[in-house]
Write a protein that binds this ligand. Structure first.
Ligand code: ADP
Ligand code: MG
Length: 329
């Protein structure tokens, strides 16, 4: 590999946007002056050959994608991202230019939200591996937990679902029923937009459960149900999907809405009385939001997610599989 010191120098920020950075990259560790409120932190790793390949992603996309996954976790806590740190394992086959492109991808996304790179670690190894740690802040006791859903809340989701899965399908197989909207699906896969502004703009709401869509809403809905000890009921007729996905993958889009992951949209619940605020906020930040169901007390002793179908309901498991049984009571 190239010289580690010159590499670090090449990715070192020229200035920091967050006034609380006392010492960024250059010393043994970073120093941050505490902010008001609670800190929120998350870490995510992407490994070449496991989470991405160079066939489907350019270096910039890889950087964007790994940071996006992290920022999406912070959005799902209702927090504002502030800092990130990057631990990178570099194989001989990657050039310095390609690695700088990975960092450029992270920086392009980070700059949109004034998030600062404040440190990291550089080692050599067999596969490219990127571990990104993010730190954000949220007003005291205002983090949005999965356990916050209550009976009577309505269930909503941002954006459209399954697009990233569609983009990946095309990049892997080259097969599609249409070329109309393909670019959109590919972009949704390579450079997803975490819903940071939407989530942090809802800070005035007293209570909200949030989870970000990394595996597919079937999975995330089950996580909210389990953490809250509630049942979630979804109307499959109103779950939002894009025209592009329907056109390109008419045989798949309905399954991918539930099980296609990595859209990095937000799934949440709020009391009915707060819905107008959610809708207004979504409109003002340019994010689509759709009411797709509601929260109920558990029907059995295990929290479940149900699809409302023909007057009855089918249980939706975390993988997106539906079980035909238990009509009403
Ligand atoms: P040390 O040997 O004291 O751990 P390093 O030489 O590894 O220090 O790192 C020097 C500085 O560069 C530190 O501020 C560290 O956080 C930063 N740094 C090292 N590698 C990376 C990286 N891959 N991405 C971002 N910052 C890095
Ligand atoms: Mg040191």
């Amino acid at each position: 590999m190239m010289d580690e010191f010159s590499f670090i120098r090449s990715i070192q920020p020229k200035f920091y946007r967050q006034a609380s950075v006392m010492k960024g990259i250059s010393d043994d560790a970073a120093v941050i002056r505490p902010l008001d409120g609670d800190f929120v932190t998350a870490v995510d790793t992407m490994v070449e050959g496991v989470h991405f390949t160079r066939e489907t992603m350019d270096p910039e996309h890889i950087g964007w994608r790994v940071l996006a996954a992290n920022l999406s976790d912070l959005a799902a806590m209702g927090s504002t991202p502030r800092f990130y740190m990057v631990s990178i394992t570099i194989p001989k086959s990657w050039s310095e230019q390609e690695l700088q492109a990975v960092y450029q991808g992270m920086k392009r996304l980070a700059d949109l939200y004034d998030v600062d790179l404040i440190g990291g670690d550089t080692v050599s190894g067999q596969e490219l591996s990127l571990t990104v740690t993010v730190i954000g802040s949220v007003s005291k006791d205002k983090a949005r937990y999965r356990s916050h859903a209550q009976a009577g809340d309505l269930l909503f989701v941002t954006g459209t679902l399954g697009d990233s899965r569609g983009g990946l399908e095309y990049l892997l197989t080259g097969s599609t029923a249409s070329s109309d909207g393909l670019d959109y699906l590919i972009q949704r896969h390579r450079t997803p937009e975490p819903r940071i502004t939407f989530a942090s703009s809802l800070a005035s709401l007293n209570r909200m459960a949030l989870n970000d869509v990394s595996d597919g809403i079937a999975s995330e809905a089950n996580e909210i149900a389990a953490a809250s000890h509630m049942d979630l009921i979804i109307d499959p007729e109103v779950v939002p999907y894009s025209k592009a996905l329907e056109r390109c993958y008419p045989g798949h889009y309905q399954a991918w809405m539930f099980s296609g992951g990595e859209d990095f949209e937000l799934l949440g619940t709020v009391p009915e009385k707060d819905w107008a605020v959610v809708e207004k906020t979504a409109e003002s930040v340019g994010v689509r939001v759709t009411r797709i169901g509601y929260v109920e007390h558990m029907r059995s002793d295990s929290p479940s997610v149900w699809l409302a179908k023909d007057g009855g309901r089918e249980r939706l498991d975390a993988s997106g599989y539906t079980h035909l049984k238990e009509e009403g009571e």
